[in-house]
Ligand binder design. Structure first.
Ligand SMILES: [Zn+2]
Length: 296
């Protein structure tokens, strides 16, 4: 799935190519992913409208059209965006079923939203109704916005009784981390993915907060620097995600995959131990009877 750093790059590329252009035609290869929240007939309602804004919000991409219409895309696991040079696909008989939506522009490339698994969603809505879009209307703290402060993060995590990886991936709390960057953030913070939020002390929450900012900033810079076409997912620089069975880049221990909630987490058992001193305030524990020497 495209995650936040991928979408920052996609947003920049699409904005450069398409902002201000007018839609001359629209079509779909399979309407399964379409959620038309307006009464006008699709795709006619899109034709003749100008694409005024392209903006990532959490893991959604929002396309603002004139006359108060928006297209909001949740690419989920397999969705991707592709720019096709104008006329390049002319003469093709049939669109693939993976084509969720194609927007044809006057004097600009064609934009295709492709989704082989058709798990993503493409919402077409009036701007005044866009908050009704599931999850999108309830997105939590945007991780790249000034609102994502240590205090706001601390308040969000303080309410949680679940495992830290589930919290990181809860889009209503944080907008937005997926499987890949949740793993990368936990590795950078040295926190085991199954750790419960309430077991994290202030220092661990500090480390987690700092890791989110650092991991995302580094990934955005890397992906931006590669400047691949928007449909290409750049993941080869990740430190733990997808590297299970291979040695940790920091300590050499074999990276493991473990089931957490309804997903698999990749982590380093040595860099991210299940329990570690940071999480336990030893000084507050009663001494065990007959204890001698230094507790480890
Ligand atoms: Zn390691």
């Amino acid at each position: 799935m495209p995650e936040l750093p991928d979408l920052v790059h996609v947003e920049e590329v699409l904005r450069g190519a398409l902002a201000g252009k007018t839609i001359s035609a629209a079509r779909t290869g399979d309407p399964t992913v379409l959620r038309i929240m307006v009464r006008e007939p699709f795709p006619a309602l899109l034709v003749g409208r100008r694409l005024s804004t392209i903006e990532r919000r959490g893991h959604f991409m929002r396309f603002g059209l004139d006359q108060g219409l928006v297209i909001v895309v949740n690419a989920m696991l397999a969705g991707r965006y592709k720019l096709i040079a104008a006329g390049a696909e002319a003469g093709k008989k049939k669109d693939p079923r993976a084509l969720g939506l194609a927007l044809v522009f006057e004097g600009a490339p064609e934009l295709q939203y492709l989704d082989e698994k058709r798990m993503g969603k493409v919402y077409v809505a009036r701007a005044e109704d866009e908050r009704q879009i599931p999850v999108y209307g309830q997105l939590g703290l945007d991780l790249t916005s000034p609102a994502f402060t240590r205090a706001a993060f601390g308040a969000a995590i303080a309410r949680r009784r679940d495992q830290v990886r589930a919290f990181l991936m809860d889009k209503r709390a944080l907008a937005s981390l997926g499987n890949a960057y949740a793993d990368e953030v936990l590795f950078a913070a040295g926190i085991h993915p199954k750790t419960f939020c309430y077991k994290l002390d202030a220092a661990a929450v500090d480390a987690l907060y700092a890791a989110i900012g650092r991991v995302l900033a580094e990934a955005i810079a890397e992906i931006r620097g590669r400047n691949e076409p928007p449909e290409v997912k750049v993941r080869d620089f990740l430190k733990v995600r997808g590297r299970d069975g291979r040695p940790c880049l920091v300590c050499g221990t074999t990276i493991r995959a473990v089931r957490v909630g309804d997903g698999d987490a990749c982590f380093c058992p040595r860099c991210q131990p299940e329990t570690r001193k940071l999480f336990v305030t030893w000084s507050k524990l009663p001494p065990s009877p007959g204890a001698k020497g230094v507790q480890k």
